[in-house]
Write a protein that binds this ligand. Structure first.
Ligand code: ZN
Length: 226
């Protein structure tokens, strides 16, 4: 904790609050999505037998080809870069004012837990209903079919969505609640937000991995139907 405090102090004193917000959020995307998604893919490459034994849909005809996997990874890179560009654009429009609190002091444990719980409950509800709406016939083909185009998903398919779906099903449920809390109710520390963000990214990556291990309990049974 002391080392984290020192590192955080240095970061806050070296960069502007908005730059800190950008850097931390990008770093968390690397740790919460890119690292686990890459590890899942390495399991597939390095331990094919283990991988086959733990796939939720192991049938060979359902597995993505090498070209499809590369295409999906490239798409995920583009989405991540677009997210960064979006955050920079938003900063430009708001005079580079950060949404969350950036101070040299760390948030209290109680505060982090409170924002983690609020963020996750709101995210579950919002993401569930947006997903339901995206399955309505009038929206499905145009906005959501792409996300279901891999019969057996891999972790990288977590970001394989149309821009409209990514905005309404990923960005809004993840950012909106704590941004509103920060604006209208009480300050939310950037580290509290990112603690919540890393949990959302990590759970999403696990859910899309197509593997039967480390799945959140409620997802394990329902995964093949989603
Ligand atoms: Zn769906």
């Amino acid at each position: 904790m002391l080392a984290l405090g020192g590192w955080w102090n240095w970061l806050c004193q070296s960069y502007s609050p908005w730059q800190v917000e950008l850097v931390v959020t990008v770093f968390v995307q690397l740790i919460g999505f890119w690292l686990p998604a890459t590890l899942y893919q390495l399991v597939d490459i390095c331990f094919p037998e283990f991988s086959k034994a733990h796939k939720l849909q192991p049938e060979p005809h359902r597995q993505p080809t090498r070209a499809e996997i590369i295409h999906c990874i490239r798409y995920a890179v583009l989405v991540t870069l677009a997210d960064i560009a979006f955050q920079i654009g938003l900063g430009y429009l708001t005079d580079f004012r950060p949404i969350f609190v950036i101070t040299t002091t760390l948030p209290t444990f109680k505060e982090m837990v409170r924002h983690f719980v609020w963020g996750n409950i709101a995210h579950e509800v919002l993401a569930y209903y947006v997903h339901r709406i995206l399955h309505l016939p009038r929206f499905y083909a145009r906005y959501h079919k792409l996300h279901h185009s891999f019969p057996a998903p891999i972790a990288f398919t977590g970001l394989y969505s149309s821009p409209v779906e990514h905005f309404f099903a990923d960005i809004i449920p993840t950012v909106l609640t704590l941004a509103l809390v920060a604006h209208y109710y009480e300050p939310v520390h950037i580290l509290s937000f990112n603690c919540f963000l890393i949990s959302v990214l990590f759970v999403g990556t696990v859910e899309h991995s197509g593997y039967d291990f480390a799945q959140p309990p409620l997802v394990k049974g329902a995964r093949s139907a989603s």
